[in-house]
Design a protein around this ligand. Structure first.
Ligand code: MN
Length: 176
């Protein structure tokens, strides 16, 4: 099986960057999300979700949406190692993604995706291009939607699910 971290490692020189090389991907009991503020050539936010032992990653140029009416472009990028969820530091000039990176928010998350009242496994939801995740961060809490757009498969939208939506009522009742 191809190592999901191969592209991540190919892009980086670990003798120069303080970023973690990462160990073998291994799923944990309590999957996490992290949002990093990254002052690279262009300031952006990196949104990462633990799936299958790696951090699935999106570049969100404008940062997470503040309200349910805002849709934010999220460009899928290479998988990062789980250790990256704890990374803060300065990526040196000349290296990939040069510039300071800080953790903006992080915490556990729950997969809330359902189809016809049945839970959809997170890797299936990812493949379908439609995720609903319940974030339990310090800044972000509640249900967020990631939806792949047509055309360029890297293009997704990140949205906050309106609190009044029917799905959120059933989700609040459900205990897992
Ligand atoms: Mn970045």
């Amino acid at each position: 099986m191809r190592n999901p971290l191969q592209l991540y490692r190919t892009k980086r020189n670990f003798r120069r960057t303080p970023e973690p090389r990462g160990r073998r991907p291994r799923p944990s009991a309590r999957p996490v999300f992290v949002i990093q503020k990254h002052a690279a050539t262009t300031l952006h936010y990196d949104f990462r979700l633990e799936v299958g032992g790696v951090l699935k990653s999106w570049v969100v140029p404008k940062g997470p949406p503040s309200g349910a009416k805002t849709k934010r472009l999220a460009m899928a990028t290479e998988d990062h190692p789980l250790e990256y969820a704890a990374f803060e530091g300065v990526i040196p000039q000349g290296e990939y993604g040069a510039g300071p990176m800080m953790i903006w928010d992080r915490g556990p998350y729950r997969n809330l995706m359902e189809k016809d009242g049945e839970p959809v496994p997170i890797d299936q939801a990812l493949e379908d291009g439609h995720l609903v995740v319940g974030l339990e961060g310090k800044k972000l809490t509640g249900a967020y939607i990631l939806r792949r757009m047509g055309g360029d498969p890297r293009k997704w939208l990140l949205m906050k699910r309106p609190p009044s939506s029917r799905a959120s009522h059933s989700e609040n009742r459900r205990k897992r």
